[in-house]
Design a protein around this ligand. Structure first.
Ligand code: MN
Length: 321
């Protein structure tokens, strides 16, 4: 076997910000040839999921559809790899009838609001002969849930070896798997939850905090690559840093949720976490990097230009502007 590594330009959560995607691809030297954005020789794009579902205040009509078409055109020509994000998973469930419930994802106000920017781009989304049902549902279902490539790993939220192993080789094209994955009480559902949404640690009652949208939360998103040491405080384990989290010890049983990421393992890239727009363009660890710098909102859309290195180089970050 040769050891030639494809060099990837890794891009996290776009959430329909096609304007920033176009600008970023141009800065990376990708050129549109009438069909797709062609990478420079020897390079390939790698999208970390959450292509869809624009955030309130960042909705631009047609931009979710434009993002999907651009990314799929690249993937179809071998110019991009794409993995699934929690928003793609949720969308598939939203549009799939359940076996016991009406839909695999409930059509309540909150779920609909999250998905509305995508629905608006596909007014025919209920039509079995329409573009959403014939093109996007099948394409989204076949997206891999993670990639373990030669020299790097890609996942939407959390590289948890036990859950990754359970999802290995599975796709949502498998109807039984899809129905199991949509049920959080099954091993498949638990694995999907952790891999696509990350580890959330429950705060001991009555503790909680208000998130940036003003919703009272009882769980916080954790630095899953760490081993929570004895006596560590919740505020030291939350990711991204958040002073609204109470400064109380992490519940001792929470440690069982973690499988810390080894220092010698291949670099792992993920998105999902909305680091602050002004966060430094740095990895979390030399082999662990969250590339979501809130490009879906007011932050930069970021690419990491990976040239085969095993230690992440802060000089290889590129922003859309
Ligand atoms: Mn996400």
């Amino acid at each position: 076997m040769n050891d030639i590594r494809i060099h990837f330009d890794i891009i996290a959560d776009i959430h329909g910000r096609f304007d920033k995607l176009e600008a970023l691809l141009a800065r990376l030297g990708y050129r549109h040839d009438g069909t797709s954005y062609v990478p420079p020789a020897g390079r390939c794009a790698l999208f970390l999921g959450d292509l869809i579902d624009p955030k309130p205040g960042h909705v631009c009509p047609g931009s979710v559809r434009a993002t999907l078409h651009a990314v799929k055109a690249m993937a179809d020509r071998g110019q991009a790899r794409v993995i699934m994000g929690n928003h793609e998973f949720n969308a598939i469930c939203y549009h799939t009838p359940g076996r016991t419930e009406k839909w695999l994802r409930h059509h309540g106000d909150k779920n609909q609001a999250t998905h509305q920017g995508t629905l608006d781009d596909f007014p025919d989304h209920k039509d079995p002969a329409g573009e959403w049902q014939t093109l996007w549902m099948p394409w989204l279902k076949c997206l891999p849930l993670f990639l373990d490539l030669n020299g790097l790993r890609a996942v939407h939220a959390c590289w948890h070896p036990q859950h990754i192993a359970l999802l290995d080789g599975r796709t949502l094209e498998d109807e039984d798997f899809l129905h199991a994955a949509a049920d959080k009480t099954t091993p498949e559902g638990e694995a999907i939850e952790i891999v696509l949404k990350g580890i959330e640690v429950p705060l001991p009652p009555p503790h909680g905090f208000f998130d940036h949208t003003g919703v009272w939360r009882k769980n916080f998103r954790a630095r899953w690559w760490e081993l929570p040491a004895d006596g560590i405080d919740c505020r030291d384990l939350v990711f991204p840093a958040n002073h609204a989290i109470p400064n109380i010890p992490v519940p001792p049983d929470a440690a069982a949720m973690f499988q810390p990421y080894p220092a010698g393992a291949a670099p792992v890239f993920f998105g999902h976490y909305f680091k602050p727009a002004d966060a430094a363009l740095d990895p979390e660890r030399p082999n662990v990097a969250c590339l979501d710098h809130s490009g879906a909102k007011d932050g930069p859309l970021v690419a990491y230009r990976w040239n085969g290195e095993s230690l992440i180089n802060p000089g290889h970050y590129v922003t859309h502007a």
